[in-house]
Design a protein around this ligand. Sequence first.
Ligand code: PMP
Length: 372
Amino acid sequence: RGMSSVTIPPPACMLRPLEAPFRYLFGPGPSNVPPRVLAAGGRPIIGHMHSEMFGIMNDIKKGIQYAFQTSNNMTLAMSGSGHTAMECALFNIVEPGESVLVAINGIWGERVAEISERMGAKVHTLVKTPGGHFTNAEIEQALAKHKPVLFFLTHGESSAGLVHPVDGVGDICHKYNCLLLVDSVASLGAAPLLMDQQNIDILYTGSQKALNAPPGTAPISFSERACHKMFNRKAKPVSYLLDMTHLSNYWGNDGKPERTYHHTGPVSGFFALRESLAILAETVGAICVYFLLKDLRLPSVTTIAIPEGYNWKELLAYIMKHHRIEFTGGLGPSVGMLLRIGLMGYNCNKANAAMALAALEDALKQCRMSKA
Ligand code: PMP
């Protein structure tokens, strides 16, 4: 027996087949991945620097821009889970010694405070018990007091089940020369969020929740303002892997003619992410965006804002003709503003809600096509 022979025998477990049972994943993520997305992830591997891969990454960028409702050039997917995007945002935007303000109303703010502390930022916190939320006045007061370079807010606090209001927060941050960082890992695709319209500077999410892709990739986008801050730093960020100077080149966002090797991206994860973003683009997934009301919604009558470019009478006629369902338009001052869907008493069950939604989705597809 030479020195080179193996002394550790093959582990017995490795001689057994993989056990990965089917599960209904009805927790806060990961969620079940549709067969189409699984199949995309199962395609043969190509090189991370092949031109086809760059094409796929370009598609992913477009898909994220749609999902985030942003035209930010600095849009990409991180190789890693939601935490990777969280650390990427903090490491690139904040320099050691700078102040950050973190809204804590569950675990995610706590995490961001800890990561910021580890990287040497001065951390200030706004704290509520899980499920609590912060008024814009409270946020403004804290911004005025601490003068942070970054304010962190969790949009979907999965540890508390709260979706945090975002309207107006970006404007307040900018008034105090502060950037707004929003975590939408648990909410993007499930609750309305419009990056550009809501003036969010850095937004990230995860692949494995409402996007229904496998865990392991994390979409992120940076506004011009955020880019200005992170590309004019005094010192390089502590992480080489998460350095946006390199990542922006890898994603073809830096305007350079060549992409150079930085790290090997998760090829299968990107295939799957592209497919899940394609499904989002095909679906009228933004139906929730069309609710007329953000809150105080009447359970028995749901009002749907009529999206731009549609004729409400045409939508109603289509739904009646093809789905045999009556919805109605507005009444009095709301005529022309909205459609009304009533699901009351005996009619109010999940199957009927799904049928109503499917009919609306179909009408939005067909009536849009007839315009095009
Ligand atoms: N933020 C929120 C709101 C989350 O729900 C999660 C995942 N539970 C994360 C961040 C972290 O994501 P990941 O586990 O993919 O790192």
